[in-house]
Design a protein around this ligand. Structure first.
Ligand code: NAD
Length: 348
């Protein structure tokens, strides 16, 4: 099976992708800077798997990327690496520009040089897959959904940095012919998500009997996709997508934030009831996030029609699996929260 250079493969979606791709037999070279969001414990089930080569480093380090490409001769690069949390981008946008924009540019330049050195057959089948977000499109009113033709209108520093990286990726196709593909996906949830994000945050705080913060009136709407379905979409784009194309990926599962929190509470009431009463009593409304986009909704018709992809999970089945996973893997979450997950990178 071919070798893939995966960036950000110690993060949430990249980690789920690496585990799935190894099951399919792909050899993985995993380049990750191990920021606070990188967690090698996510990959511990791989053990000493010779088909998974981990490299600690930055996507913007052109010399490192060039040497990984030359040494391992991958047939594709998949870029998951990013600063990914909107709230952190509001507090400190510079890191987002550094990794998501400058870093992606470095990765693109090193990849372009490698691709230009390939023989005609290998160059024709080579792919650069860039994993991005629906947040680049901005906010919707009550109606309509984002299509691949929707103009970018990013509202948070995170979204702006991802939009800039998407533009660079697109430009490398139009200017240099690099065979790139971009996915713009809605909110993911599932195993191994860092507990700063809504769903794992709510599960974890509920189990600890802590207040469950909901921004504003809880009415902000997101489309939700189970991470395993996103991984399948990325594999479909890698294997069958048309270079130069972008593909929207979504779960057809629009929910308000309040709906999401109430659904999590309902599942927990059933499978881990609280002696003090229903978990919903813990919900606490907090001041809204500045510039909070009201609604995102994805039209995923293209990837369905062209690549035959559709999500396998409904929001209800995916959420049930996710809550069960967090209950069965309390240790993973606890080691993230107490910081001990970061000791693994030091070999401690
Ligand atoms: P994450 O924050 O969980 O993981 C990001 C990973 O990238 C971490 O392992 C981190 O250590 C690594 N990283 C950060 N900066 C790096 C750098 N300069 N060089 C190398 N590695 C670096 O993010 P995620 O939720 O897994 O998201 C992965 C990608 O998918 C991102 O590009 C994100 O924009 C996109 N995306 C996420 C969602 C979502 O809901 N989580 C939805 C759509 C798209």
């Amino acid at each position: 099976m071919p070798t893939l250079l995966v960036t950000g493969g110690a993060g949430f979606i990249g980690g789920n992708f690496v585990l799935a791709a190894r099951k399919l037999g792909y050899r993985i070279v995993n380049l990750d800077k191990l920021t606070y969001a990188g967690n090698l414990e996510t990959l511990s089930s791989l053990g000493a798997d010779p088909g998974h080569i981990f490299e600690h480093g930055d996507i913007g380090d052109r010399a490192l990327v060039a040497s990984l490409l030359a040494t391992h001769a991958p047939t594709a690069v998949l870029n998951f690496a990013a600063e990914s949390h909107v709230d952190r981008s509001i507090d400190g946008p510079a890191a987002f520009v550094q990794t998501n924009v400058v870093g992606t540019l470095g990765l693109l330049e090193a990849t372009l040089a490698y691709w230009r050195g390939l023989g005609a057959k290998a160059a024709a089948s080579f792919r650069f897959v860039h994993v991005s977000t629906d947040e680049v499109y901005g906010s919707l009113g009550h109606d309509g959904r984002f299509t691949e033709a929707t103009a970018f209108a990013p509202n948070s520093p995170y979204a702006a940095s991802k939009a800039a990286s998407d533009h660079l990726v697109r430009a490398f196709h139009h200017t240099y012919g690099l065979p790139v593909l971009t996915t713009n996906c809605s909110n993911n949830y599932g195993p191994y998500q860092f507990p700063e994000k809504l769903i794992p945050l709510v599960i974890n705080r509920a189990l600890g009997g802590q207040p469950l913060p909901v921004y504003g009136d809880g009415g902000n709407v997101r489309d939700w996709l189970y991470v395993a379905d996103h991984v399948e979409a990325i594999l479909a784009v890698l294997q069958r997508g048309m270079p130069g194309r972008t593909y929207n990926v979504g779960g057809n599962a629009e929910r308000t934030n309040l709906d999401v929190v109430q659904l999590v509470c309902g599942i927990l009431d059933r499978i881990a009831p609280r002696p003090a009463g229903p978990y919903e009593a813990l919900i606490s409304f907090v001041a809204d996030r500045p510039g909070h986009d009201r609604r995102y909704a994805i039209d995923a018709t293209r990837i369905g029609n062209e690549l035959g992809w559709a999500p396998r999970h409904t929001f209800e089945t995916g959420l049930e699996s996710t809550v069960s996973w967090y209950l069965a893997n309390r240790g993973w979450v606890e080691r993230v929260i107490d910081g001990s997950y970061q000791l693994e990178r030091l070999g401690a």
